[in-house]
Design a protein around this ligand. Sequence first.
Ligand code: BGC
Length: 430
Amino acid sequence: MKTRSLLQKTVTIGLSVAALTVGGTALGASDKGKVSVLNWWTSGSEAKSMNVLQQMLADKGYKMVNDAVSGGGGSNARTVLKSRIQSNNLPGAAQIKGPEIQQWCTTGLTMNIDQVAKEQNWSKILPGPVAKGMQCDDHFVAVPFNLHRINWLWINKSALEKAGASMPTDWNSLVDTLDKLKAAGITPVAGGGDTWQVATEFDAIALATGGADFYRKAFVDLDENALSGDTMTKALKRLRTIQKYEDPAGQGLSWNHDTGLVVKGKAGMQIMGDWAKGEISNADATPGDEIACIAFPGEHSGFVYNADSFEMFKSSNSDQQAQYAFARTALSPEFQRKFNMAKGSIPVREDVSLDGFDACAQQSKKDFTAAEKNDALVPSFSQDMAENGAVKGAIFDVIAKFYNNKGMSPEDAAKEMASQAKQAKMMSQM
Ligand code: BGC
């Protein structure tokens, strides 16, 4: 077989992934211009959240074309973005997070939205690290929507009762609870096994096992000792333990399907960011009531954060005024409340009230503020907040290798993580 060119390969991937594209029609007519928005929000609650924006823009006379590409964590959406660049069909806004925002600026294709940032005083209303993350060379190029917390455990209380188990408070009591659920014939942990989901679980485990300093050293500084040392090994051992409580027949299922299993009591718990809460509410269960939310337990507490954001592009198929309206509306207090109630996250604007939000959102806000004060706030490595795509990819590869090969020891996986991350960092700086 002949080797195909990179362009051919990318276009083929782009076309097959484009088949997954859903949505695409805006509500209501508009004459003030349109903005095309590439994102990966396709679960029930995610789509509902995005509809809030589409409707608010339509009410102002703008058309939002919702280019949603399925796939939790956004790997398909990223592929589509690259192929759209190659075919000169850039979206007006694309869901991009963390250091990748700055990487995209180097293409010269991103759009400056300082004028909206100034008008709404983003530097004042946003948490410091979030405001900084939206800029390149001191200019705003991206707009944040929310704050998601990653290190959550979602637990079905009646499943626990049925199993005669109690709410876990530390690692040992968690294992005890998982044993009891298993003995009662309930799948202890809902986990679909795809790399993004496993990395999300590991994110929570790593913070609870090693704490914020360790987490930062490992995943932000890529410190070799932290990546290959005893704490990382211990965290990987715990991941292996969690894996034993997942249903082998449930591998390959999506994160929102897994949340559904917890809501129905078919599984006892799920380790997942609070977009799971969007699905819980969407299924008419009450987060904090039937479904408990606790920070993933371990020796350490803290807050692993993820801010969903959209980077703006100088786009051939979007109108500048509609792009400004998109950014402005996303940070309006009204949108911040409506959207985040549906999405499971909390408002990223610090001056927006959480009155009427559920108990888990209140807990999230409280823990965020405490973590900010105690230096226990860390950017999520699994949700692109800590490192560029190449380094994240290298860490993901090792996690996948470890998860899929039960013969691989936690010690070897930790060493491999250190060497692969270092190599990926070096390569990405060349
Ligand atoms: C995003 C969330 C989204 C989740 C599942 C995460 O990377 O930050 O907003 O709900 O993926 O699709």
